[in-house]
Design a binder for this molecule. Structure first.
Ligand code: FAD
Ligand code: EPU
Length: 339
């Protein structure tokens, strides 16, 4: 049922109280098609906002259109071969529940991506990543509904154009598709990935003697819980900015002035800077003005302490971008989707 003038406060992890002119959930492609035919809604796809768990979105104003929350459910093993099991999940399934399902079924590959908030349908949007693994490492294919052509289109790994926090859905095809289901390719035999420093330390602290996907998942959960704010307690959308990529030459020159600057060498010869470090050096870590702030344990995370407006969070993000640019000459790019 389509609701009118519906508050989205409980549908975004920033907890921003904006009003959607129209709001509905759907739990099948048929239901989605029915909603798109509804007379209430004009057939202008730019008036449609698709919502998953709302954990990577910043609403800066009321939404003058239809917000559609994807609730398509279902997890099934659809195929297997010598090395892999293929798991298909509905876009409305909770991501972490899917990770736990895979771990329970001894299917490896997603354990480093434990506890990322949000739903399956958004996982390809920005090629979610954490602790040395990205979605593309376990992605097999997806089905998406084209809003104007009104048909299902299949995408394989190559079609999705995955990059660091990027895919064709985030920019090139922005607003054109509703992702309906995603198929993942999981390993029957685990290839443990503990390269991300803090994982090894945490496994040691946990006293783990024999490595398992369950132990890695728990280590990741412990690390994440120790530094990232729980959106149920403090509104946030995880990292607000991407970690910027610069040339090795620019890195060397920055290192000359800022000896402790944190950067990681990439395969392409460039260096990825820790944006959290840049922001912290500019004095923003722990900053608070009214209900808007920069988290005290992780400067990359902007927070809503209560009743902040999305526009206030957006302007704090602009101030941070400016000060990082003037201090380091590096331009931060927002990771969160601004609406
Ligand atoms: P939403 O916020 O609902 O939507 C995100 C975008 O995708 C929007 O533009 C929306 O329109 C679009 N969208 C959503 N579903 C669909 C669909 N079915 N079809 C088409 N478009 C769709 N991300 C990481 O990559 N790594 C992390 O480690 C990480 N840690 C986080 C920690 C915290 C505490 C929080 C709050 C967020 C974190 N994030 C992280 C960001 C977030 O969890 C991911 O981006 C997640 O995939 C968002 O899922 P969602 O369902 O909440 O998407
Ligand atoms: N750092 C600081 N100060 C801070 C925060 C970080 O100096 O306040 C420096 C530290 O040197 C630290 C380094 O930055 O060692 C890296 O920090 P962290 O391990 O917390 O990771 P991150 O680069 O801040 C990225 C992702 C996270 C992901 C983690 C783990 C981006 C934009 N963010 O954060 O993803 O969970 O690595 O892999 O790539 C998200 O996308 O929403 C997200 C939370």
């Amino acid at each position: 049922m389509v609701k009118e003038n519906f508050s989205l406060k409980h549908y975004n992890s920033f907890g921003i109280d904006v009003i959607a002119k129209y709001f509905s959930t759907f739990n099948s492609i048929n239901e989605l098609e029915g909603l798109l035919e509804s007379k209430l809604i004009t057939h202008n796809p730019s008036l449609i906002t698709v919502l998953g768990g709302g954990s990577n979105i910043l609403f800066t104003k009321d939404v003058d259109g239809l917000v559609l929350k994807n609730d398509i459910k279902g997890i099934e093993q659809i195929n297997e071969d010598e090395n892999y099991v293929y798991v298909k999940a509905g876009a409305g399934e909770n991501w972490h529940q899917l990770v736990l399902y895979c771990i329970d079924n001894n299917l490896a590959g997603m354990e480093n991506l434990s506890l990322i908030p949000g739903n399956v349908g958004a996982s390809p949007m920005q090629n979610i990543g954490a602790y040395g693994v990205e979605l593309k490492n376990v992605f097999f294919g997806l089905e998406a509904y084209h809003l104007t052509e009104k048909k299902i289109v299949k995408f394989n790994l190559k079609d999705c154009g995955f990059g660091y926090r990027e895919s064709v859905f985030k920019k090139k095809y922005k607003g054109q598709f509703v992702i309906c289901n995603v198929t993942y390719r999981l390993n029957k035999t685990p290839h443990f990935n503990t390269n991300y420093g803090a994982i090894k330390q945490e496994l040691d602290a946990m006293g783990v003697k024999e490595l398992s996907i369950k132990a890695i998942s728990q280590a990741v959960i412990n690390i994440r819980s120790s530094k990232l704010p729980d959106p149920a307690l403090i509104g946030n959308a995880g990292s607000f900015f991407k970690n910027p990529e610069i040339s090795a030459a620019q890195f060397e020159s920055l290192k000359y002035s800022f000896v402790n600057i944190v950067g990681y060498a990439l395969d392409n010869g460039n260096v990825k800077l820790a944006a959290g470090w840049l922001i912290e050096q500019c004095g923003w870590k722990g900053y608070r003005k009214g209900d808007v702030g920069c988290h005290a344990k992780q400067a990359l995370v902007l927070v809503n302490y209560g009743n902040a407006k999305g526009s206030e969070i957006l302007s704090l993000s602009s101030e941070i971008i400016e000060s990082v640019k003037s201090t380091f000459g590096v331009e931060l790019e927002r990771e969160v989707n601004i609406i």
